[in-house]
Design a protein around this ligand. Sequence first.
Ligand SMILES: Cc1ncc(COP(=O)(O)O)c(C=O)c1O
Length: 403
Amino acid sequence: MSNDPKKDDPSKSWRPETQLVHAGALRSQYNETSEALFLTQGFIYNSAEQAEARFKNEDPGYQYSRFGNPTVSMFEDRLKIFEGAEECRSTATGMAAVTASMLSYMKTGDHVVAARAMFGSCRYVVETLCPRFGIDCTLVDGKDLDQWRAAVRPNTKMFFFETPSNPTLELVDIKAVCKIARDNGILSIVDNVFATPMLQRPLALGADIVVYSTTKHIDGQGRCLGGAVLCSTDFLTKYLQDWVRQTGPAMSPFTAWIMLKSLETIPLRIKAQCESARQLADILPTQSNVTRVIYPGRADHPQAALAAAQMPGGGQMIAFEVAGGKAGAFKFLNALRLVKISNNLGDTKSLVTHPATTTHFKLTPEQRAELSISDGIIRLSVGLEAAEDLIDDVTTALAAARS
Ligand SMILES: Cc1ncc(COP(=O)(O)O)c(C=O)c1O
């Protein structure tokens, strides 16, 4: 047997479902079955010498939960092994993960290029926060490779995009865009929230960094906020590590425990949710007051071929347009009995959003038009209820919106 515990770690060769149940587990002296929750801020040293050695990184072990915690490490290791990343650092929210991955690396005088169709808070970070610190930004149509190429400047340091995008499920060709980045010495960050780790592997497609709001499908049950950054050891040690240690966006041990246990069931949840989403996405076009359905698993998605190439499954998010603009959309929303109105997504409970008046209300009408977010657009996050009950609820509410 080798002395290198990593060398003997079989978890890297396990199949994904097995990794999500077992990888990264650390057992205490009690040999518990379910991973322990180390709800502690600090750690005690056996001697002054040990404290000194630990601060000098000469003695392995924990110092303070802002720097690291065994339960948090278990979550990070499980996600890292599953994603095939060298490193993972978790954060208190998805936005902390996005901000940390950008601001730990860029400085005044740098330039970032991002796909215009992105979550509102990410847009704030790129469009408002970065320029405030002297980092220029260019927004492009993520679908258009020429725009990515044309946006590159000598000082461009990062590409940022989400795919599928929120809320209109536009796709970015991960392989092609990350190649443009790599050819120009630029790091690419993919926000993989909508696809989930089950349906899209950006690192395998050439991305340098993957970020998650683990608030969404990783928790998957609407309980805790969280985030994660997956990256190389080089990026972690040179940039991210100090940022997360010193600026303090740490994930709490309790949240990490929730996320760790949730990873065990994510394959089952996503599979069931995608199956119900597919059924709903096929029913919607048959409804006379649905004027548009956007679902990456349908053959009529404008980028169906790309979806099939980079996402093995259509996902659990659907966007569709209800006739009658805001009034039609509101009538539909208010007639729902089972599906709940919320700006959140990725829950076991099906949730529905009117982006124009909530998640994207801060954009100007012109900016919304540019992203095809009309007043009739609805975003539906499909949960774990019986598909038949969801179909009944959605079709009954659509009928009410017609009357
Ligand atoms: C695509 C995307 N990225 C990032 C975030 C931010 O995540 P959090 O709310 O956990 O900060 C969200 C949240 O809705 C999101 O939808």
